[in-house]
Design a binder for this molecule. Sequence first.
Ligand code: HMG
Ligand code: MG
Length: 292
Amino acid sequence: MSRVKVVEVGPRDGLQNEVKNLTIVQKYKLIKKLEKANVKHIEVGAFVSPKWVPQMKGSRELINKLFLAKKSGAAYSALVPNQVGFDHASQTKIKNIAIFAASSEKFSKKNINCSIADSFKRFNKVCILAKKDKIKVRAYLSTAFGCPYEGKVSVTKVVSLTKRLLKLGVYEVAISDTIGVATPADIFKVVSKLLSSEVDIKKIALHLHNTRGMALANILEAYKLGVRTFDSSIGGLGGCPYAKGASGNLATEDLVYMLNGMKVKTGISLNELIKIKKWIESDCKIMTKSYQ
Ligand code: HMG
Ligand code: MG
């Protein structure tokens, strides 16, 4: 039976765009519920500037609280944009961080206030420090299928930036459709080009926003081409405050529902996911975006 690794980004990507700010206790409960559903990879926060993304304030306290609790076997990760973020992450026990680069200059400037070239200098420093501390680094490559400020992005650029990220020593690159514009034809173009450029498909993940309802069709296309790691967010929550049109991520419960039907294992309980989605609506008073 085939298996897919699901990376749950709800506590980070899902909550970073919500007007309502959850308390640390609510975020903690959400993560513990995801662990109960047997989710094994959870992005729990971000060491970004609280002036830029106030919703991620308190990530350090949250992570410290998680590490004090009984272990469930889930791996936690958090975003780190620069050395300041790395220093903050180092004050916790987190052993998995994620850098985030962009495929388009304007988005890079809007999101992390620097050019792509400067961002790679920052990420290089972060990766060197992480290696010393035995911290694993994942990477995102945003706007890989289109940019809200520049429009189309070239496939050649996406492949060369992916290779540059891998050269920094990251274990995985999440090719990201930040504003949800990709169709299966675009997925085919990008993934085929990565394959023909000898990028190890095991190091490729897909991170899809579902603005136009294309995410599941896109996952299916990528799955057929050999991608086995997909990001998703409980309840379809998500978006990037610096990317107009990033209206929600692929919902974890929809992804698991589809994969269950295809007899592809994730290890995740769909029933528990549905309970969490209902809890987010009833207890956190946040409207979710999935069907279940
Ligand atoms: P900046 O203002 O250019 O930073 O922000 P700076 O280096 O000029 O420093 C200014 C002040 O910020 C200083 O403090 C620094 O210490 C502080 P002061 O001296 O004024 O008191 N500072 C920090 N504080 C906390 N954490 C830090 C940090 N760095 C500097 N890490 C910065 C640059 C990168 C910090 C800012 O632009 C930022 O935080 N951006 C993050 C934006 C963000 O989180 N976006 C959403 C996540 S990305 C995403 O959603 C896409 C993804 O899902 C994939 C996809 O869908 O495409 C991953
Ligand atoms: Mg995202």
